[in-house]
Design a protein around this ligand. Structure first.
Ligand SMILES: [Zn+2]
Length: 262
């Protein structure tokens, strides 16, 4: 046995197996809800998958590309997208927040904020630097998850005062806030960086790369986060306030729910 570096996660959160990914994407991925997220205006949305960068769980035939981000931009409809996902059986599915014209030129980008629990200073596990020293940069605990949720609620309020279309999503680890107002698609990099700085100055632990637009991929709502076996779940503000990521049935894939009841 190889000695694994200790990795801590809230109870019940673990990697999904290939079989579980297959089960999820065959019968649980809700394409109607995915379509709703894009409001039918799917247009030139690009998707992306990562098969096994973090989990090291991937199909043998894709060994060479296991850690690569693979863009899916040729599909006729969401049914075809599902087929391609089933072919890759990825640990993660994303979409590109940039929107493109017919000639594949970028014409705008959705604004988003990413709050992750590892950036939270935990009374038990310490700062991100402490966690990195122990090689636990991707780990988090229930306390950090609850603290990051409180931050997500405050950030929602902060954004609500400035924009009219704010959406919250539980990402499996932390939370994403999406701003879908039409005018934000036209914000340039400098404006995005300034806003990211404002938000950080206000005390939020966001990932600047996501807000500035440098990192344009974001987890696809309703997909499976294969690192923790949780469904990426859109939440209203009210739902967010009382959300319990460890026990909430709506973010539990069937393969975990069965075990819970047997
Ligand atoms: Zn902790």
């Amino acid at each position: 046995m190889v000695c694994m570096v200790q990795y801590y996660l809230p109870v019940g959160m673990r990697y999904a197996t290939l079989e579980e990914r297959k089960q999820f994407y065959t019968s649980e991925l809700n394409l109607e809800k995915v379509a709703q997220w894009f409001k039918g205006g799917l247009g030139k949305t690009k998707f992306a998958v990562i098969m096994g960068r973090h989990t090291k769980i991937f199909l043998e035939k894709y060994k060479e590309d296991a850690a690569t981000t693979i863009i899916i931009d040729e599909y006729k409809n969401l049914g075809e997208l599902r087929q391609q996902i089933l072919d890759f059986l990825p640990e993660a599915v994303y979409y590109d927040r940039s929107v493109y014209d017919e000639k594949d030129r970028k014409i705008g980008q959705e604004l988003a904020f990413d709050l992750d629990p590892e950036n939270i200073t935990c009374p038990i596990h310490g700062t991100l630097a402490d966690k990195m020293k122990r090689m636990q940069g991707l780990s988090f605990c229930e306390l950090e998850l609850e603290m990051v949720k409180q931050e997500a609620v405050s950030l929602y309020e902060f954004l609500e005062n400035r924009f009219s279309q704010v959406k919250a999503v539980y990402s499996g680890r932390g939370f994403h806030l999406h701003v879908l107002d039409l005018h934000v698609y036209q914000m340039n990099t400098q404006q995005r960086e300034e806003l990211a700085q404002q938000v950080k100055t206000a005390g939020f632990h966001i990932d600047e790369w996501v807000t500035s637009g440098e990192m344009r991929l974001i987890r696809l709502p309703w997909s499976l986060n294969g690192l923790v076996s949780r469904i990426v779940l859109p939440l209203t503000k009210k739902e967010l306030e009382s959300f319990d990521a460890v026990h909430d049935e709506r973010c539990l894939p069937k393969f975990l729910r069965k075990k819970a009841t047997s």
